[in-house]
Design a protein. Structure first.
Length: 378
């Protein structure tokens, strides 16, 4: 976490210093800035496709938090690294915030004790995502991504079968390889492309750690669903993206949108299926120059509850309940894209936080998320 925040601070200082330089030199760039082949989007108007092949532009990529946002020209390839950090704090039922003492008035689906007795209070998740893209033709770009995941969750345990006496605190941790995705981006028309892909179940779903029970014991148990590293199923990835790049000769504004869904294909080895996820996002960017742009973005997320149950995950805590996983959330994000000199390296960052959030039963509230990015294409 400290490494991610240090990198974020360093990148922010570099990007904001570049804003000043870009503003001073913006007139030089408005007349047309030609560069060599790069990791830019081909999502431009048909009139501009010939020129786009030899031009670089900061906002030819969407904000870094958007995946599968751009395509490449035939023969181009790109590698990327995205570190992501997410923080969750406190609890909420529907749209109402709950204290730990209010959470334990909620029923426990596993019968005994009758109410919840363990309450998660804070969770952090770090993801290190490595990606590669290659275009065998102008109409198709292939994309693969793998990730290393680290999760940590703090809890309060209440003593005995009832009452509000706090017995103590404990923390659980998991880490390892997450799921891997393989996709094809298919050009549909000027500025439009579709995504068709699959997520491979390379992340473990049997992670364990030591917990503090209401009776004061410390067994090692299989952790609840949100602390596992993968879905355990093959999942279909479907989406469509529109990305309109700013053209400084006419306007410094660009915009785009994306629909993306993860559809679970069957049941995993532990007899459950994570809920489908649907994301709808739109963004507006402003280019100070061809090398630097800022963006603002809205994203709506719908996640369904888990179908089935892992018979080994049974504890008086909300995260162990498959029917307390669904949510609807609207996020707001601010981002920066910086295309470095020679147009081979691109640095990006985006900070987002929820505007509204509605939970199916008590769940942890999202605090914020930050995504950094480095992308390279020769």
């Amino acid at each position: 976490m400290k490494v991610i925040f240090l990198a974020a601070g360093t990148l922010a200082m570099q990007l904001f210093s570049a804003v000043t330089c870009a503003a001073d030199n913006s007139k030089q760039h408005l007349g047309g800035y030609h560069a060599s082949s790069h990791a830019g989007s081909v999502s431009v108007s048909s009139d501009d496709q010939g020129r786009a092949k030899n031009q670089a532009h900061a906002d030819s990529h969407a904000p870094i938090g958007v995946m599968g946002d751009h395509m490449h020209q035939a023969g181009e390839w790109m590698v990327s690294y995205r570190p992501m950090y997410m923080s969750m704090k406190g609890n909420q039922n529907g749209g109402t915030s709950l204290s730990p003492e209010q959470v334990i008035t909620q029923p426990n689906r596993f019968a005994m004790p009758p109410n919840l007795r363990v309450v998660p209070t804070e969770m952090t998740m770090s993801m290190h995502m490595l990606g590669v893209m290659y275009a065998p033709s102008d109409r198709v770009t292939l994309m693969g991504m793998t990730q290393y995941v680290e999760k940590e969750m703090d809890h309060i345990t209440f003593q005995g079968m009832s009452g509000t006496t706090r017995l103590g605190n404990f923390t659980t941790k998991t880490s390892g390889i997450g799921d891997t995705s393989l996709s094809a981006l298919i050009k549909l028309g000027p500025a439009w492309h579709a995504q068709v892909g699959v997520s491979l179940p390379t992340g473990d779903i049997k992670q364990t750690d030591t917990v503090l029970t209401p009776m004061g014991t410390n067994p090692t148990l299989r952790l609840p669903y949100m602390m596992q590293l993968g879905s355990g199923t093959y999942d279909a990835l479907l989406g469509a993206t529109y990305n309109r790049v700013a053209r400084p000769a006419k306007s410094n504004f660009g915009w785009g949108g994306q629909w993306r869904s993860t559809l679970r294909l069957g049941e995993n080895s532990e007899d459950y299926t994570f809920g489908d996820e649907h994301r709808l996002t739109g963004w507006i960017s402003y280019s100070f120059s061809r090398a630097l742009s800022v963006s603002t973005r809205l994203e709506w997320l719908n996640r369904e509850n888990i179908d089935g149950i892992d018979a080994v995950i049974m504890a008086p805590v909300q995260t162990a309940d498959p029917d307390r996983q669904g949510l609807d959330r609207l996020d707001f994000g601010l981002g920066l894209n910086w295309l470095l000199p020679k147009q081979q390296h691109r640095l990006s960052m985006e900070l987002s936080m929820p505007l509204t959030e509605h939970m199916d039963g008590p769940q942890m509230k999202t605090d914020y998320q930050i995504v950094l990015g480095w992308q390279y294409s020769p």
